[in-house]
Design a protein around this ligand. Structure first.
Ligand code: GLN
Length: 460
């Protein structure tokens, strides 16, 4: 028996080369299922699919980027003929009829999809406690949350069960759980990764992105999934060659991003960036501090529109006994949608309604533009912007679940990045009280490789 835990992609490739797929995957599922019992990061395993994918690899070239590499996928990304629940009871029995573009790309790259990971219902939340099934636990301390909404993906990577996973990020759902689980997590520039086959939360903010324990693995996965897709009209071709030399001259620390964070986290970040010896500049982002207000108006507006399709007729579960169409809609949604999801649909419907639209939705749209411009001004002076990923360390299970505003405040440093469409990476930088701490690096549009360069410098 060899130790699979914590192997990175190149080590797994080497091991497969030595012992063959048969031996590598023979007792894999037994092992991963047993390990996962401690954290419950997976909603379900895709064992049959995994063995089909292994079988297919036999006629494929060995130099595929993810040849034979196990990967976990957040359960809001469609895989043909597999269940896709989005963490909700309303999609408990839903089987996807097609592959998301990212799944198609994973298959072409030779990846072995081993399971679908737990998440807050429809990606709304910061702890996975809003999953309609069960909460996932933090791999470093099982009394703490793993973050969310991609908490399952971050936890299984943090626990070393898979080297890489996919998550989605609408307001921080890749970066915050990556921070809580001690791994890398990237929210790409809006449009760089196709959203085709991603169950929509707030379409103007959603992006799929990679999660990995190892930086090179994260970059590799990013390269596999990016690219323009004719099935997603908001997608774009990534315009920068990865071989292009990037230079980082200065980094900016926005004072607004350090004010309300745990001082131990702030100090650790300052220590790390001093070691990097880059020129550090204090900057101010005056509108960015309204990010959370802006996000919690625009996001629910889009949520209320996107979730109208779960009505008991078009998709998923239905209460059967009722006769009238309207009653089917009402009772299905009442019975199968969770409390947090309902709260956001109600709020979104309100901010879009006649008489309130100008006061809330329209104003928030203007604020969104101001936030974007705030960042653009800052990037005239500095190459990258640094902040804590989360204002706090991983919190206790149950600690914030009855207080939505406290839960929303977990996202203060991550949501402005989605509002501005920028790329940002969580870099794991160490531990405080045995809990992982993450630093967020924000770049301008298409500056992913600049972010990676910085992450390499910090790693060294
Ligand atoms: N935690 C944030 C929210 O609840 C972000 C969610 C996400 O990025 N999907 O909206």
């Amino acid at each position: 028996v060899y130790k699979r835990q914590d192997l990175n992609i190149s080590q797994i490739k080497q091991l497969i080369e030595e012992i063959g797929f048969e031996n590598f995957y023979k007792d894999y599922f037994e092992w991963i299922k047993k390990e996962d019992e401690k954290i419950r990061g997976f909603l379900f395993f895709t064992e049959k699919l995994a063995f089909e994918l292994i079988e297919n690899l036999k006629n494929k070239p060995k130099n595929l980027p993810l040849y034979g590499i196990p990967i976990a996928v957040k359960d809001n990304i469609l895989i043909k003929n597999e269940r896709c629940t989005a963490g909700s009871k309303i999609l408990e029995n839903y089987i996807a009829s097609y592959d998301a573009t990212v799944i198609k790309k994973l298959k072409e790259a030779g990846a072995i999809i081993v399971g679908k990971t737990n998440m807050d219902e429809f990606a709304m939340g910061s702890s996975t406690e809003y999953s309609a099934y069960f909460p996932t636990l933090n791999p470093f301390d099982e009394t703490k949350v793993p973050g969310g909404s991609s908490g399952g993906s971050a936890a299984v990577v943090g626990a070393g069960l898979v080297p890489i996973a996919l998550g989605s990020d609408t307001g921080g759902s890749i970066r915050q759980p990556a921070s809580f689980c001690g791994v890398y997590g990237l929210k790409p520039t809006y449009g760089v990764v196709s959203r085709y086959g991603l169950i929509a939360m707030a379409s103007s903010l959603d992006q799929i992105g990679p999660i990995a324990k190892n930086l090179d693995d994260l970059i590799l996965l990013f390269e596999v999934i990016k690219g323009k897709d004719e099935k997603d009209s908001t997608s774009v071709e990534f315009p920068i060659e990865k071989t292009k030399k990037v230079q980082i001259k200065s980094i900016g620390l926005p004072k607004e991003f350090f004010q309300d964070a745990d001082t131990k986290i702030v100090n650790l970040i300052l220590e790390k960036i001093k070691e990097s010896k880059l020129k550090i500049k204090e900057i101010s982002l005056k509108y960015v501090k309204y990010g959370i207000h802006c996000y919690y108006l625009l996001m629910p507006a889009e949520v209320s529109a996107n979730l109208a399709r779960y009505d008991g007729i078009k998709y998923g579960m239905r209460v059967n006994e009722e006769e009238k169409l309207w009653e089917i809609y009402e009772k299905t949604r009442d019975k199968y949608l969770g409390k947090e999801v309902k709260r956001r649909i109600i709020l979104g419907t309100f901010v879009l309604s006649h008489g309130y639209y100008e006061a809330y939705y329209l104003k928030a749209q203007k604020l969104r533009r101001a936030i974007f411009e705030d960042f653009q001004e800052a990037f005239k002076e500095v190459d990258l912007i640094i902040s804590p990923t989360s204002p706090t360390l991983p919190f206790k299970l149950g600690e914030k679940i009855e207080d939505p505003v406290q839960m929303y405040l977990s996202d203060i440093y991550t949501v402005p990045v989605n509002l501005a469409g920028l790329p940002a990476l969580n870099i794991p930088i160490g531990f405080i009280n045995n809990l992982p701490v993450g630093m967020q690096v924000i770049g301008n549009i298409f500056d992913e490789y600049k972010i990676f360069e910085f992450a390499k410098a910090i790693q060294q």
